[in-house]
Design a protein around this ligand. Structure first.
Ligand SMILES: Cc1cc2nc3c(=O)[nH]c(=O)nc-3n(C[C@H](O)[C@H](O)[C@H](O)COP(=O)(O)OP(=O)(O)OC[C@H]3O[C@@H](n4cnc5c(N)ncnc54)[C@H](O)[C@@H]3O)c2cc1C
Length: 405
């Protein structure tokens, strides 16, 4: 086996979470390795606005996440590229008259959040990472194995034959984390039996900078506003539905797909004029029982995946990143090894509760809206209408979802 290159911290995965963590730790006298299977490059993002030019993967970033990206020097680039603030949110039940409206004016904010293409976030973070002299990038490079022995740095073997040793190994390698699996972290997980179809669509009427969400018995459907021009309006869709329905919808040609979608969203944005190619992602709720072991920490999707109905996944992940970086840097200032279990346990304590709460809330919502029983339908419609009349409760909900509460 090759002699390992030694680092204070090795991060596996340079998606949004891993790149953000490397950027947050950089510049503080720590040596950092960042390992990414795909080539990490600053891509030339498409200019102009056209249906097929949008990344089908977008994130609804909260003001808190935007603040974190700003502190990492990445937000300026993200904001300079096309993105769309959403100021209003309309949520309604397909089975009744219940509807709830959220508006940024109710919480004195300029927007509830921003819809940003994922590749724009990754590219802005890559610019930051590639400019840092204390981050050694292994990309494209894939983790082959990792091993943790008591009181020793964690050993990481890459498929290229290179070996690394680090006081702290961070798994930011996503929902199917190999680090989590190899080190033997237990998870609690359940399959929703759902997949989410994502695509970009052109709609007839202005989206009014509103995130539209309709709860259907088959699952939630969201239309998220994208930058638009010359009275051509675009939205990103996240359409979750039972597995057995997905293949039929994916098999539809453009015109019948647009008609199905128009019906599913009750024509609120007029006709669906065109759709980009569709992709489907399996939805599984997963939560690691522990986020840490001596010398190892899980962050973001490696620690938890959540139903995308409230667009909170990477927002929670970025908060993991912020807290882990804060604990590691505070420890480093006092000469504490970043892999020390007491330090890592503080990170776990500060994040697990909030993540669990959000996951439970999303799961509850999804189940509540799946039920067809008449009393439950009546109750949730009355509940939605009632809540819509309670400004203080709504403000609390909004502040929490925006990461401000
Ligand atoms: C349909 C859908 C819609 C969503 N919408 C939203 C939204 O609106 N708002 C929101 O906050 N969240 C949303 N999410 C969730 C969000 O996309 C995820 O939380 C986020 O992408 C996770 O980022 P990550 O960096 O943890 O993982 P990933 O993005 O999965 O990145 C992991 C990285 O690790 C690398 N990697 C993996 N294995 C290895 C290996 N062995 N060696 C080296 N590198 C490796 C991968 O190449 C990848 O770059 C949505 C999710 C879905 C499915």
């Amino acid at each position: 086996m090759a002699e390992p290159q030694c680092f204070d911290i090795a991060i596996i995965g340079a998606g949004i979470a891993g790149s953000a963590l490397a950027a947050a730790l950089s510049g503080n006298g720590l040596s950092i390795a960042l390992v990414e299977a795909a080539p990490l490059v600053v891509t030339d993002l498409p200019e102009g606005i056209a249906l097929d030019s949008f990344d089908p993967r977008v994130s609804a970033l909260t003001p808190r996440s935007a603040g974190l990206l700003q502190s990492l020097g990445a937000w300026e680039k993200i904001a300079a590229y096309r993105h769309c603030p959403y100021r209003h949110m309309t949520v309604w039940d397909a089975e009744g008259t219940g509807q709830i409206e959220f508006d940024c004016a109710e919480v004195d904010a300029p927007a509830l959040g921003h819809i940003v293409e994922n590749r724009s976030i990754v590219s802005a973070l890559a610019t930051r990472v590639l400019a840092a002299t204390d981050i050694t990038l292994f990309s494209p490079a894939r983790l082959e194995s990792c091993e943790q022995r008591e009181s020793e740095p964690v050993r990481v073997q890459l498929e290229s034959g290179e070996a690394l040793a680090a006081d702290l190994l961070v798994a930011a390698d996503g929902a199917l984390s190999r680090v989590r699996e190899m080190i033997g972290f237990d998870t609690r997980e359940w399959d929703y039996g759902h997949r989410a179809i994502v695509a970009t669509v052109e709609v007839e009427h202005s989206h009014q900078h509103t995130a539209w969400q309709r709860f259907l018995p088959s699952g939630p459907l969201a239309l998220l506003p994208l930058p638009s021009q010359e009275q051509r309006y675009y939205c990103s869709i996240v359409w979750s539905m039972q597995d057995e329905l997905v293949d039929n919808v994916l098999a539809l040609e453009d015109d019948p797909f647009c008609s199905e979608l128009e019906m599913a969203i009750e024509g609120r944005l007029g006709r669906i004029l065109a759709a980009s190619p569709r992709f489907a992602f399996p939805l599984r709720q997963r939560h690691a029982v522990d986020y840490v072991k001596p010398g190892i920490a899980l962050v973001a999707d490696a620690a938890h995946t959540i139903h995308p109905l409230a667009g909170q996944g990477i927002n929670l992940g970025l908060q993991d990143v912020a807290v882990l970086a804060e604990e590691v840097l505070a420890g480093h200032a006092r000469g504490i090894n970043p892999g020390q279990l007491a330090l890592l346990s503080r990170y776990q304590r500060r994040r697990k509760g909030e993540n669990l709460l959000m996951m439970a809330a999303m799961d509850g919502f999804k189940r509540l809206f799946e039920h067809q029983a008449l009393p439950l339908r009546w109750l949730r419609n009355v509940g939605m209408r009632g809540m819509n009349q309670l400004p203080l409760v709504k403000q609390q909900l909004m502040r929490h979802a925006m990461g401000l509460g």
